[in-house]
Design a protein around this ligand. Structure first.
Ligand code: SAM
Ligand code: SF4
Length: 358
């Protein structure tokens, strides 16, 4: 639905979240994608990263972090476990490593999960479709994306982080390894290859204004994106961004504002993009001092959740930000039902928008 820049800026500038915005988003959600909330079992394959994004605890420069990488077999076993437990969509995520050897391992993981889950379908007398596989491994070469697609991944999440080049360059070192143009080029490649493409931004990050957020919404529309994964920025003390902006981040109002903006951004994304998938992110569920953020995100228009299946030995080490709130599948399902929506485990839950745009 069309909505004016003035209306968006006005809503983003006020304190609180207006009931009429949420009601409109919920109405559009019910008309376009229904009451369903799709589950993706998330596996965080490795916290090793070659980048130095200023906000993220996995950044290469964070020498305090103990690094891990699941073996190929471990990742496949977890993927199969998720599928056998009844969740038919799997999401694989990791820090960014742009090497042929690393990508070969990721390709093997994707291929083997696909093969094994197809076999499970056959055992159960079903059409051998296997798991729906979403991946998020950062910026890779085009050939890498193609290999992963051929191996069976069909959705890719790559957040633009911010659609504003200047802000992007404040949040990342300005060098070949952190280029806004490369990020855009990767999103183009993913679309060309045929992935269902997801992007998103961090909300409430120091230096961001409501005009940036408006431009993010316009970017999602102009790029004709299929899926959106956005969430509040949350501090990590061993990162430059926290050190530089500590006073601002430690103000009581900081997270309240990030939370309200996150909810409004979900609502506007639902109103403007209608039939895309929108994630109620783990960051939204972890925002300090906001207990019902999962439910509020769902009511504002989110229709996907990603419970974490990373083994507990490694979960803590995947510390993008502090105090992650990893709710279990049953906790999420219970809360979604209580809020009046329908948790869905056994369907891929592809974004309707993708089939409209191809
Ligand atoms: N390395 C891949 C990438 O950057 O696309 C995928 C993994 S990365 C950890 C996933 C997302 O975490 C990023 O896109 C970023 O938006 C988010 N993230 C990183 N640091 C964060 C923070 N401090 N608060 C909230 N989200 C953060
Ligand atoms: Fe690495 Fe992604 Fe974190 Fe950037 S956001 S440091 S690429 S894991």
């Amino acid at each position: 639905m069309e909505i004016s820049d003035d209306r968006i800026l006005k809503e983003l500038s006020i304190d609180g979240v207006s009931g009429s915005l949420i009601s409109l988003a919920d109405l559009i959600r019910k008309q376009k994608v229904g009451d369903f909330v799709y589950f993706r079992g998330l596996v965080e394959i490795s916290n090793i990263c070659s980048k130095n994004c200023y906000y993220c605890g996995l950044r290469k420069g964070n020498t305090k972090l103990k690094r891990y990488a699941l073996s190929e077999d471990e990742a496949v076993v977890i993927g199969v476990f998720i599928y056998r437990s009844g969740i038919s969509s799997i999401a694989l995520q990791s820090g960014e490593v742009k090497s042929d050897r690393w990508v070969e391992k990721l390709v093997n993981i994707v291929r083997r999960i696909k093969e094994e889950t197809k076999k499970i379908d056959e055992e159960n007398g079903k059409e051998p479709k296997g798991a729906g596989i979403t991946i998020s491994f950062g910026e890779l070469e085009k050939e890498h994306y193609e290999e992963l697609f051929r191996a069976g991944a069909h959705r890719y999440l790559l957040r633009i982080e911010t659609s504003d080049r200047e802000l992007y360059e404040k949040l990342h070192p300005v060098d070949e390894n952190h280029s806004f143009d490369t990020r855009l080029k990767c999103l183009e490649w993913l679309k060309e290859i045929g992935y269902q493409v997801g992007t998103g931004v961090m909300i409430g990050v120091p230096g961001q204004t409501i005009k940036h957020l408006l431009s993010d919404l316009r970017f999602f529309r102009s790029f004709d994106i299929d899926m959106i994964g956005m969430g509040p920025y949350i501090e990590h003390r061993d990162t430059p961004l926290f050190v530089w902006h500590r006073k601002e981040i430690e103000k009581r109002s900081f997270y309240r504002k990030a939370y309200e903006l996150s909810i409004k951004m979900i609502a506007f994304a639902r109103i403007m993009l209608e039939d895309v998938n929108i994630v109620a992110s783990t960051a939204l569920q972890s925002i300090p001092g906001c207990e019902n953020s999962l439910e509020t995100g769902i009511i504002a228009g989110a229709n996907v959740v990603m419970p974490v299946f990373t083994p507990s030995d490694f979960k803590k080490a995947y510390s993008i930000y502090e105090n992650k709130n990893n709710l279990t599948v049953s906790q999420m399902a219970e809360r979604i039902e209580k809020a009046g929506y329908i948790p869905v485990f056994d369907k891929w839950g592809d974004p309707i928008h993708y089939f409209e745009r191809i």
